[in-house]
Structure formats: C-alpha cells, structure tokens
Design a protein around this ligand. Structure first.
Ligand code: GTP
Ligand code: MG
Length: 378
C-alpha cells in the first residue's frame, strides 16, 4: 500500500515525510524541485497483538506489516495541465522532464493508493511563501483544483479518442459508446469542481473508474502543518477545515521530525512538554490504514511470525496470495483462529481441543486479527 505526499512547494512535505518515516531527507526551500525522483520509505505498522504473538511463539523473526510513503515534488497552479508520462509511468519514463521538476508529480500520484496533502499553516518569516501570503484555505483549494484539472485532462483525452473511434462501425462500438456516456458524466462533474469519489457510481461505472486511476477518486488526508505556537488553535482549526477531505490532522511537522531523532524515552518527555498527547505522525499512520480501509491478519510460518495488511472485504485466497502466489494457486482451505480467542486460551493446542479452529474456504472474508494457516497443494 502506497500513500503519496503532496502539497504546494515549501509547505513542509519532506518534513512531514521525515517525521513519519524517521528518514533524513533534505528539507529546505525548493530542495525537491530539482529532484530526480521522489523520496520513498517504508514504515512498520506497530501492533500490540504482535507483541503478544512474540511472547507466545518466541520466533526467530518477527515481521510487522508495512506501508509505503512517497514524498512527491510540489504541485502548483498549472501542474494539473502538464502532460503526464502515462498512467503506468515510472522514474525512467518521467525523467524526460516536462514539468518544473524533473518528473511529473501527477503521474506518480496515479500509482498511489491514497493521498496525503500537506498545507502550510506555520508562520515563519524566514521561509518564503510560494504565493506571497499565508492562506491555508486558498492553498487547499488550489491543490483540489489541480487534481481535478489533471483528471479532467485524462477524461477529455479519452473522450476525444472514443468519439473518433465510435464513429466507425466495429465490434466494440457498443462498449465504447457506454464508456463515452460514463466519461461524459465524469467530465461534467469534474467541470463543476466535483471529485469522482463523491459521485454515486453503479457497478459498470466503478469498473471504468478503476482503469484510469483517477486522482480525485483516491482517499485523501489533509495535514495542516502548524507551528508550535499554534497548538492551542488545533480544535478550532480542525473544525474550520473539516468537510474537504475525509480526514484532517494538525501536525507540528518540524518539531515531530526533530523528536524522531530522540531516544524513545526522551520522546515521551518531549510530547508531554508540547502538550499534544500523542505524536501526530503516529495518528497519521493509523489514519493511513483507516482511509485505505485495510485490516491485518497474522501468519506463523516456520520461525517467523508475520503481520500482513489487506483490504477489508478481501477473501482467503487473496490473503493467501499476499503470503505466496503458490498458496493462492493451490489453495485448499484456511485454518482460522481469531486473535482474541488465541489471547484468551494462549495456545493453538487448546483451541484445537475445543474445536475453535475454523476451517474456511476460498470465499471466507478475512477479518482483522485473524491468525491464518493456509492449506495448499501445488
Ligand atoms: N518554522 C517552521 N518551519 C517549517 C515547518 N515545516 C517545515 N518548515 C521549514 O520549511 C522549509 C521547507 O520544508 P520542506 O519540508 O523541505 O518543504 P517541502 O514542501 O518538502 O518543499 P519542496 O519539496 O521544496 O517543495 C524548510 O526549511 C523547513 O525547515 C514548521 O512546521 N515550522
Ligand atoms: Mg520536499
């Protein structure tokens, strides 16, 4: 699972990225505008249930699930209009450079599962304001508009192609006409400033949406990058900004980035002094899982206890495929124990004796906290 961090230039994207991942990527004025590629880092998802499994199994290897964060160069007025490499772009492809930076941020963003948008709220006369004044709401609107414009560009291009193509009689004509009808609906909505995710879509429309990787269809989290002196304003700010994206969080990115360099014991002390209760970066990781709509399941294989994340609603075969393609290919059954039952009884032997290990088929919907043993044959 990947989340792309975006925002206007010098809004604190890389600072948020460092605070989240513990990385030490260069921050500063326009540091990323000449970057060849985005900053990428994996973050382990902390899970208390794994500590319990560790205690019981004492495995040689304990592997937490992880999530990927990608710090993408700044977007600003006009980025949405810039020509994208393609929907299946990669660094090589984007290096051709048709943007102020060396790669197109929108192309990268299409490959992300969700978006984190960083908005500058902190006041610091030493750090230039890209638009001359501090106006978080305007900046938020600007990002929204650029995402809409980028999607509109994709829709219009496809409509143009389909119009030509449907004018000639051929086998796929009916199908293409249907796509044209649906894309025209999207065009109208985007033209009216509406995100695709806010449209009520039927099954057919959803299928079409999937292929395009629309930016306004992706879940979004807004990070208000505040200064230490603005902590007392958090409740008011959260209220004022709610409504736009699904989730909003205030974060003193600069301070949190510095805290990441402290020893864990010292961190707590610092957090107490700041009076924020919890690091926003920790909450942001939890929010990431929430907007992605994922859940965790666990496996005990050989000497390794491992946590995996999958989309909620995924079935047992999909879960098996995450662990190994062979397990999905040769899937027979899944033996499933819920973590809570395991915690209560403390051993698989006991659970088995009580008939509490369930044998599930391919269509079983994996639940958060399932401990799964796949039976397969290849
Ligand atoms: N005072 C203050 N400065 C901050 C804060 N967050 C970031 N900065 C500073 O703002 C500057 C830009 O931060 P970056 O994280 O590099 O911003 P960015 O959005 O990644 O910038 P580009 O990638 O160049 O677009 C740096 O000098 C940071 O130290 C903050 O919360 N308070
Ligand atoms: Mg940066």
């Amino acid at each position: 699972m990947k989340l792309g961090i975006i925002g206007l230039p010098i809004s604190g994207k890389t600072t948020v990225f460092n605070a989240l991942t513990g990385a030490h990527k260069k921050t500063g004025v326009y540091t990323s505008s000449s970057a060849d590629a985005p900053n990428i880092a994996m973050v382990k998802i902390q899970d208390d249930r794994m500590s319990f499994l560790k205690k019981i199994y004492n495995p040689e290897k304990l592997t937490l699930a992880d999530i990927e964060y990608v710090d993408i160069i700044g977007i600003f007025s006009g980025t949405g209009y810039s020509k994208e490499a393609s929907t299946d772009s990669n660094v090589q492809h984007s290096k051709k450079g048709h943007h102020a930076g060396k790669y197109n941020p929108m192309s990268f963003l299409r490959e992300m599962d969700a978006i984190i948008q960083v908005i500058r709220v902190f006041k610091d006369e030493g750090i230039p304001l890209i638009k001359g004044t501090l106006n978080p709401k305007r900046d938020l609107n600007e990002i929204n508009s650029e995402l809409i414009i980028a999607d509109l560009g994709i829709v219009e291009k496809r409509i143009e192609k389909l119009k030509k193509s449907t004018s000639k009689p051929k086998k796929e004509q009916q199908q293409e006409k249907e796509e044209l009808r649906i894309l025209s609906l999207f065009k109208d909505a985007l033209g009216n400033g509406k995100d695709i995710k806010n449209l009520q879509l039927g099954e057919e429309e959803k299928k079409i949406v999937k292929g395009f990787c629309f930016l306004t269809e992706k879940p979004r989290i807004t990070v208000l990058n505040i200064g230490e002196d603005q902590i007392s304003e958090i409740p008011l700010m959260s209220k004022e900004f709610s409504g736009g994206s699904e989730e909003i969080i205030c974060m003193c990115a600069q301070v949190e980035m510095e805290i990441m360099d402290l020893e864990p014991e010292e961190r707590q002390e610092f957090i107490r002094e700041l009076g924020i209760g919890e690091l926003a970066s920790k909450t942001l990781i939890e929010l990431s899982c929430k907007v992605l709509n994922t859940c965790s399941f666990f496996t005990v294989l050989g000497n390794e206890v491992r946590a995996w994340t999958i989309y909620r609603g995924a079935n047992a075969v999909t879960a098996a495929g995450k662990v190994h393609t062979d397990m999905a290919r040769g899937f027979i059954k899944a033996e499933v124990v819920h973590f809570k039952d395991f915690q209560e009884l403390g051993s698989m032997k006991e659970l088995r004796a009580r008939g509490m290990i369930k044998l599930e088929g391919k269509d079983y919907i994996v639940q958060d906290g399932d401990i799964v043993m796949f039976r397969f044959n290849v």
